[in-house]
Design a protein around this ligand. Structure first.
Ligand code: GLU
Length: 285
C-alpha cells in the first residue's frame, strides 16, 4: 500500500516536471505544480479577462461592473480554474485588439463575441465554441433593406478587426463600408441617419435593438448569412489551458451553470438557452 502510494507520488512528480520541462509558455516560469499558461496563472489567484464593454447582454460596462453572457462565461472558466470572482480583473477589449492583447499578455483570456477562425488561430488558441451566432443587419424599422444583397450603394457600418467588416469588404464590395472601433458607435450613427445599416452578429444586434432608447426604431433583418462560433481566446501555445477550458465548458453544460449564465443575461429576452455541443469543441492543438 505504502509503496504503491509512494510510486504514485513519484509518478506524479515525474509527470509534473516533465510537463514543466516541455511547457511552451515562457512567461509561465517554473512551478512545483508543473502547470503552465493560464492554469499556472490561475494558481496566483488572479486572471485578466478581456471582454466587450458596450454590447448589451454580452459584455456591458456600467461604472466598474461588467455584465452579460460573455462575462458569465468568463466567471465559469475562472471558477473552473479555481478562482473566486474577486480574482478576476476585467479589461475592456475592442474587436481589433483581441489578438494583440493575448499575444502581449495584456489579458490572459478573451471572452468577447470572439469568432473562432483559421486566420486568428495562426496567432492565438481558442477554447469553445460556447455559442454560435450569425452575421445579420440592423436597420431602421422602415428600411427596405432585406439582406446583404440589398446593400449596394448603401452605407453600412461595422467594426475594424471584425469578421463582419471583412465579409462586407470581400463578398459585398458594392456596399459603402464605414468602420468604427465599437458597435455602439455604429448604432449611434444609425440612429442619427449617417448610415443605412449596422452589420455584425445577430445576437449583438438584438441587444442594441432591445435597448430602451431605441424602442421601435430599429429591426434586425433576421436572415443570418454566416456562422460565427464564439471561442475563448488564449495564448497560441497554451494547449493545456485550452483543453482545460473545454473541460470546464463541458462540465458547465452538464451541471446547469452554462444554462444559468444564459438565463441570467441574454435569456431575459425570452430566448431559450442554446445547447452547448460538446462534440464541436476545438481540438486545441
Ligand atoms: N464575432 C465577430 C468577430 O469576432 C463579430 C463580433 C465582434 O467584432 O466582436 O469578429
Amino acid at each position: 500500500m505504502r509503496i504503491t502510494r509512494l510510486a504514485a507520488a513519484l509518478g506524479a512528480l515525474t509527470m509534473a516536471f516533465g510537463v514543466a520541462a516541455c511547457g511552451g509558455d515562457d512567461d509561465s516560469g517554473s512551478s512545483g505544480s508543473g502547470a503552465t499558461g493560464i492554469v499556472k496563472k490561475a494558481e496566483s489567484g488572479k486572471l485578466v479577462i478581456g471582454v466587450k464593454a458596450d454590447q448589451p447582454g454580452l459584455g456591458l460596462q456600467t461604472g466598474s461592473t461588467y455584465t452579460g453572457f460573455d462575462v458569465e462565461i468568463g466567471k465559469i472558466i475562472a471558477k473552473g480554474l479555481g478562482l473566486a470572482d474577486s480574482g478576476i480583473e476585467w479589461k475592456t477589449t475592442v474587436s481589433a485588439n483581441r489578438e494583440p492583447y493575448i499575444q502581449q499578455g495584456q489579458v490572459d483570456l478573451v471572452v468577447a463575441t470572439y469568432t473562432i477562425n483559421d486566420e486568428r488561430k495562426k496567432v492565438v488558441n481558442f477554447g469553445g465554441p460556447y455559442f454560435v451566432a450569425g452575421q445579420d443587419l440592423l436597420v431602421p424599422t422602415a428600411s427596405t433593406i432585406t439582406g446583404p444583397e440589398s446593400l449596394a450603394g448603401k452605407k453600412v457600418c461595422s467594426v475594424s478587426g471584425s469578421t463582419p467588416a471583412k465579409r462586407i469588404q470581400t463578398d459585398y464590395k458594392d456596399a459603402k463600408l464605414q468602420q468604427f472601433d465599437s458597435y455602439s458607435k455604429c448604432v449611434t450613427a444609425l440612429a442619427g441617419g449617417q448610415v443605412d445599416a449596422v452589420t455584425t452578429d445577430d445576437i449583438i444586434l438584438a441587444g442594441y435593438a432591445a435597448q430602451e432608447q431605441y424602442a421601435g426604431k430599429f429591426k434586425v433583418v433576421g436572415k443570418p448569412f454566416s456562422e460565427e462560433p464564439y471561442g475563448i481566446g488564449l495564448k497560441k501555445d497554451d494547449t493545456a489551458g485550452c483543453n482545460k477550458i473545454n473541460d470546464i465548458l463541458k462540465a458547465a453544460a452538464a451541471d446547469g451553470s452554462y444554462k444559468k449564465a444564459w438565463d441570467d443575461t441574454l435569456g431575459k429576452s425570452g430566448k431559450a438557452a442554446p445547447e452547448l455541443d460538446a462534440t464541436k469543441l476545438t481540438n486545441c492543438s
